[in-house]
Design a protein around this ligand. Structure first.
Ligand code: DON
Length: 557
């Protein structure tokens, strides 16, 4: 008998230990940080109903599409970075817009071959084929636990009952007032008697509610085929666009392997092409690591960081584009040895000038959106979504409630000609029918020995450096409250200036860097709207923070 008892007891003890370990492997609470309180609340409501982080991500995406029409929407696209706790599987859902099949590289050029910038920003010709509706269906079917109809309920209800205009909405609508006024369906949906509505006015979107219901009932086909697809194509074409039914029918979400790498014992998991974010962040971190960034004096640190940014954005312009159309040298650009080579090209006493080229003043804003979610199982979502410029192309397709994106501006319309964010590009990101335009959206996970972080932000070309500064703050031991409010600076190769928020660098530092040959551009507005969640693995404690620059809400429950 004894012979049998000993192994049985040890098995019970072993099982107990395993359960304890397992318990410590889970967060004590769930957390959601998003750019709007209604979206954060909707996500928690879904978690309370038994949904997982992926279900909550569907609800949050859909609510943001209703309450932040200046940032994202069914007419837009995005990237959802996922981590499934049961098996550690990680993937990036690429729901980025595609160029319509009829698009070509001269789409935005006039007869003299000059870029007509406004054509890729305002109006239906600026719109790529949306990916958000397909991504909502894909996320639900492949990763969620609850039905799509349940997950879309909060968004449908808000679209029907309305949400209240706040100062932030007024600022964004004022910015885009002329284009919203120029399209009747946009004016009806977003303005009041043709003007920016007052604070407290309810924005009701019955057509959008009907489109969401159609998606809830029929899934992806409810949007990309049949009556709604026909309405979208008719509406786009009569407003000067080039969409076809085939464009909508052919749209697919692609799952991509995230970009991964290490910095000072932290594992970084970030967005893969057609985003430039993950690659650029790793290039920069590899350069910093090579030059012992953490050990340097303040001016040397800032100089090195700026020079690393400059080089990563130069490579972005040269090499990056849709991986289904061009070969992106991911291995090379993210390899520590490549970073070491770039580090050697940096003069630690002098700025390396970028070549002189046409410059365009860069847009400053908080349009586009990000949310971060952690559930009690440890599932994670970091998602950055966009319709590009505030209120996208400014065109609501009549009878659909769908506001078109102007993401086509993220292509390089002509080699070396900057887009609305001042970014240049070439062949790799040239316009081609069916191709996805290069993005800077950078949903990211960072893991060190004690913490797992989920973060991201909007901010056009500055997204990448904002996430980078967040990662460096984390490496410094600071928490998410510090990362989201940190004053920011940025360099993107061209234009050759360090763009700074008013309080980002002190006067002494600025004069030291000016001596080294750097140029500065103080920004009028603050930028970014970071949403971050952190899980402390050893204690199970959870933190969440929402950027004070926006109106978002971080909630732990
Ligand atoms: O995908 C991109 O990189 C851009 N369309 C993102 C735009 C953006 O973040 C605007 N926010 N200021």
């Amino acid at each position: 008998m004894r012979l049998y008892k000993a192994p049985l007891w040890s098995l019970i003890i072993l099982f107990g230990c395993y359960c304890q370990l397992w318990a410590a492997e889970k967060p004590a609470k769930a957390a959601i940080a998003s750019a709007h309180p209604l979206a954060t609340q909707a996500g928690h409501e879904i978690l309370r109903k038994g949904g997982n982080a992926f279900d909550a991500a569907v609800a949050v995406t859909a609510v943001l599409a209703v309450v932040e029409p200046y940032s994202s929407g069914l007419g837009g696209g995005g990237f959802w970075l996922l981590h499934r706790s049961s098996d550690g599987f990680q993937t990036m859902l690429d729901g980025r817009e595609r160029a319509p099949l009829a698009a070509h590289r001269d789409l935005y050029l006039d007869e003299q071959g000059e870029v007509v910038a406004q054509k890729s920003i305002d109006g239906a010709l600026a719109a790529g084929i949306p990916g958000v509706p397909a991504a909502l269906a894909h996320l639900t079917e492949n990763y969620g636990k609850l039905p799509l109809a349940e997950l879309l309920k909060p968004a449908i209800e808000i679209a029907e009952k309305g949400f209240a205009v706040d100062d932030y909405y007024r600022r964004m609508a004022s910015w885009r007032l002329p284009v919203l006024q120029a399209h009747d369906a946009s004016a009806v949906q977003f303005l009041l008697q043709g003007e920016v509505p007052p604070v407290g006015h309810l924005i009701k979107q019955p057509d959008l509610a009907a489109t969401l219901k159609r998606l809830a009932e029929r899934g992806v086909d409810g949007f990309y085929r049949g009556e709604l697809a026909q309405r979208l194509v008719d509406g786009v074409r009569s407003a000067g666009g080039i969409w076809t039914l085939q464009d909508l029918r052919d749209y697919r979400v692609v799952e991509r392997r995230p970009i991964t790498g290490h910095y000072q014992g932290m594992r970084i998991t970030s967005a893969a092409p057609p985003s430039s974010g993950g690659i650029a962040i790793l290039t920069i971190l590899n350069i910093l690591q090579e030059n012992n960034y953490a050990e340097l004096s303040e001016p040397q640190k800032t100089h090195l960081l700026v020079e690393a940014m400059r080089r990563a954005y130069r490579d972005r312009a040269e090499y990056l584009g849709d991986p289904d159309y061009v070969q992106v040298p991911v291995e090379k650009l993210t390899h520590p040895l490549y970073g070491a080579g770039l580090a050697r090209s940096i003069d630690m006493q002098r700025a390396t000038p970028s070549p002189k080229q046409a410059e365009r003043s860069t847009a400053e804003g908080q349009d586009t959106t990000h949310f971060s979610i952690l559930d009690r199982e440890g599932n994670r979502v970091a998602a950055t979504l966009s319709i590009n410029y505030p209120f996208g192309a400014g065109v609501v397709v009549p009878g659909t409630g769908v506001l078109l994106n102007d993401e086509m501006d993220d292509f390089s319309a002509s080699p070396g000609v900057p887009n609305v964010y001042g970014l240049v590009g070439g062949e790799a990101n040239a316009i081609e029918g069916g191709k996805r335009m290069l993005s800077s959206m950078t949903p990211t996970f960072v893991e060190d020995a004690h913490r797992i972080a989920i973060l991201g932000t909007p901010g056009g070309s500055r997204i990448i450096t904002m996430v980078l500064l967040g990662i460096l703050e984390m490496a410094n031991g600071r928490g998410p409250e510090a990362w989201v409010k940190l004053p920011r600076f940025h360099h993107q190769y061209l234009p050759d200036v360090i763009q700074i928020e008013s309080d980002a660098l002190n006067d002494q530092l600025i004069s030291q860097l000016t001596e080294m040959g750097h140029n500065f551009k103080p920004l009028k507005n603050r930028y970014g709207n970071m949403q971050a969640v952190v899980w402390h693995k050893s204690t199970g404690q959870v933190e969440a923070a929402s950027d004070p620059r926006g109106v978002g809400m971080a909630k732990i429950e």
